[in-house]
Write a protein that binds this ligand. Structure first.
Ligand code: PBG
Length: 322
């Protein structure tokens, strides 16, 4: 008989045998930014997460940074009246996200600012690219995503994070950054294996970005596949991604683990998405689960699978010890 219980004798012994830990430095904290002033609007399905106008965002980012969280991911949320077929507001030099990036870089220059690059928050139809015959057209969307990344980089973003799941999007972003002399300054965090997941539900409330018809299954990945996620990661690295990502996180730990095993030299990011957050929050609120312990366990599981960084709405509360 092998005596395993010797490893579990007491807390110090368990600590000594623990292989995995979570550090504040692992976190990337997402933010939703809206137009206006003095806005801090809680998202109904994501308690503790808010839409901020730039002024209130700055105050919150300062607090976040003071807690040791040194990476944030920005999403712009614009009024419906400003949306159009081509997502024009996404790629203007004075776009909402560009103004937010500049303001953050001025107030907290040390924080790493990452920006989501996708048209779904900016198009009147809510899809991630240009439509043609009621489907998203890949190749005509690429220059718009590239332009969006360029204006973010010019505003001072440290990373651009393309999430539209268009083929060739990493190469398009890489090329435009190179052509404008910004490639060394601005890195690419690729949403590589992004599945067409129902776990994004609360995010679509938060960002008002649900498609007005159909779904995203013609561009986001089918979760019944085995190897496509690994091929997507390989293609993104080939096209120039600095970091890759698997999204969502907890239901896709197998993909994280296999991606890290296959590409150990490219940092892997896992996105613990809105639905993963809301699910734990809701269960905790009902008294069905212990929030602090389940959050810790979920983060450890993601790290154990091999992720280097975790995008998580829990970052701030974890750093606050609550
Ligand atoms: C698209 C985007 C989405 C998320 C991040 N970027 C929504 C989608 O693809 O449908 C989801 C994030 C989350 O659920 O927390 N711009």
């Amino acid at each position: 008989m092998k005596r395993f219980r010797q490893y579990r004798l007491d807390a110090p012994t368990r600590d000594r045998y623990a292989d995995v830990s979570v550090a504040i430095d692992d976190f990337i904290y997402p933010y939703f930014v809206v137009e206006g002033n003095n806005i801090k609007d809680e998202i109904a399905s994501m308690p503790g997460i808010f839409r901020f106008s730039i002024d209130t965002l700055i105050a919150d980012v300062k607090e976040t940074y003071s807690l040791g969280i040194n990476k944030i991911l920005l999403f712009g949320v614009i009024p419906d009246e400003q949306k159009d077929e081509r997502g024009t507001q996404a790629y203007q030099p004075d776009a909402l996200v560009c103004r937010a990036v500049k303001a953050i870089k001025e107030a907290v220059p040390q924080i790493c600012v990452m920006t989501d690059v996708c048209l779904c928050e900016y198009t009147s139809h809510g899809h991630c690219g240009l439509l043609c015959n009621h489907d998203v057209e890949n190749d005509t969307t690429l220059p718009l995503l590239a332009q969006m990344a360029l204006v973010h980089a010019q505003a001072g973003a440290d990373f651009v994070a393309p999430s539209a799941m268009m083929d060739g999007q990493i190469e398009a972003l890489h090329n435009i950054l190179v052509a404008n002399g910004l490639r060394d300054k601005c890195k690419i965090m690729a949403y590589s294996a992004k599945y067409a997941s129902a776990f994004y539900g609360p995010f679509r409330d938060a960002a008002a970005s649900a498609p007005s018809f159909g779904d995203r299954k013609t561009y986001q990945m089918d979760f019944r596949t085995h190897n496509q996620g690994i091929e997507e990661i390989a293609a993104d690295i080939e096209e120039g991604a600095d970091w890759t990502m698997v999204k969502p996180a907890m239901p896709y730990l197998d993909i994280i683990a296999r991606g890290v095993e296959k590409f150990p030299n490219t940092p892997m990011v896992a996105y613990q998405v809105s639905g993963e957050y809301s699910m734990l929050k809701a269960a905790a609120k009902l008294g069905y689960l212990d929030e602090q312990r389940t959050v810790f366990e979920s983060l450890i599981a993601i790290k154990r699978a091999g992720a280097k960084y975790i995008i998580t709405y829990f970052a701030k509360q974890y750093a606050q010890g609550i």
